[in-house]
Design a binder for this molecule. Structure first.
Ligand SMILES: [Fe+2]
Length: 266
């Protein structure tokens, strides 16, 4: 099984980078499945239905999310309620019977007789949302799983590097790939753990190259210079030269046998 995973598609420049490069990437890697993230896909914010559908039309099988995924539910259409939607969100929100959380945190995609399970986790450390412990959540999820699958991919949306490498060790041999997302900076530590789990601490960002993780420097600098929130930050996306990052993985018998970083810079 071959999977192409692109990360965090940020705003208009991110969408353009995907559209312009996906043909060559598909020709080079011939992936069976494609995954991307959409939490910043619409102007650096929430995914609207049109942009989720556009990614589906490009051949993406699953879109994961993160801390911005519910930023504006009123513009998200049916992407969290339609069972055919390719959009998932972090699985380990604190569910309550009286206050259901929209959407699903994991999904199985079947193609050419192969079943890929993708699950999206999120940490509470340095994040605004308070979630169930992601380590305990995935432990219970895997032990209670009744569905059949050929491979499991875990997207762990988190701020710290330590959480990701510990998650990779914790899940080694049980899942094919664990990757980190959220910092928008691709790390140089991709490897396969001893029992066959591929990992990378952060996949990076597909968006504007000359930006502060997709936003303008002008919108970010005042708060950094003064140390206060008085001056923002404001969410102004950058349109311009782009960067595209991600990974390509090959999986055999549920274990990762090859992991390769992708980085295309204009
Ligand atoms: Fe995030």
């Amino acid at each position: 099984m071959k999977i192409l995973i692109l990360w965090d598609v940020f705003g208009r420049t991110g969408r353009r980078m995907v559209t312009e490069n996906i043909g060559a990437l598909r020709a080079k890697y011939a992936p069976d499945f494609m995954i991307a993230n959409s939490e910043n896909i619409t102007g650096g914010k929430w995914p609207i239905e049109k942009h989720v559908e556009a990614m589906k039309d490009l051949g993406f099988d699953i879109l994961t999310g993160g801390n911005h995924v519910f930023s504006n539910l009123k513009d998200s259409g049916n992407i969290f309620s339609d069972p055919r939607s390719i959009q998932i969100r972090p699985a380990n929100y604190c569910e309550h019977q009286d206050y259901p959380i929209p959407g699903k945190g994991w999904k199985i995609v079947e193609k050419n007789g192969q079943r890929l399970l993708v699950i999206n986790l999120m940490s509470s450390t340095f994040m605004h949302d308070s979630l169930d412990n992601p380590f305990q959540y995935i432990e219970k999820f895997l032990s209670g799983l009744t569905e059949t699958y050929d491979a499991i991919v875990v997207d762990f949306h988190r701020e710290t590097t330590a959480e990701l490498v510990n998650m990779a060790h914790f899940l080694d041999g049980q899942v094919a790939v664990v990757y980190g997302t959220h910092t928008h900076v691709q790390t140089n530590d991709e490897r396969i753990f001893p029992k066959g789990t591929g990992m990378i601490t952060d996949l990076g960002m597909t968006g504007a190259l000359w930006s502060s993780i997709g936003h303008t420097f002008e919108s970010r600098l005042p708060s950094l210079l003064t140390g206060t929130r008085l001056f923002g930050p404001k969410a102004e996306q950058v349109i311009g030269e782009g960067i595209l990052t991600g990974i390509f993985v090959e999986i055999q018998a549920g274990k990762c046998i090859h992991i390769e970083k992708i980085r295309i810079q204009e």
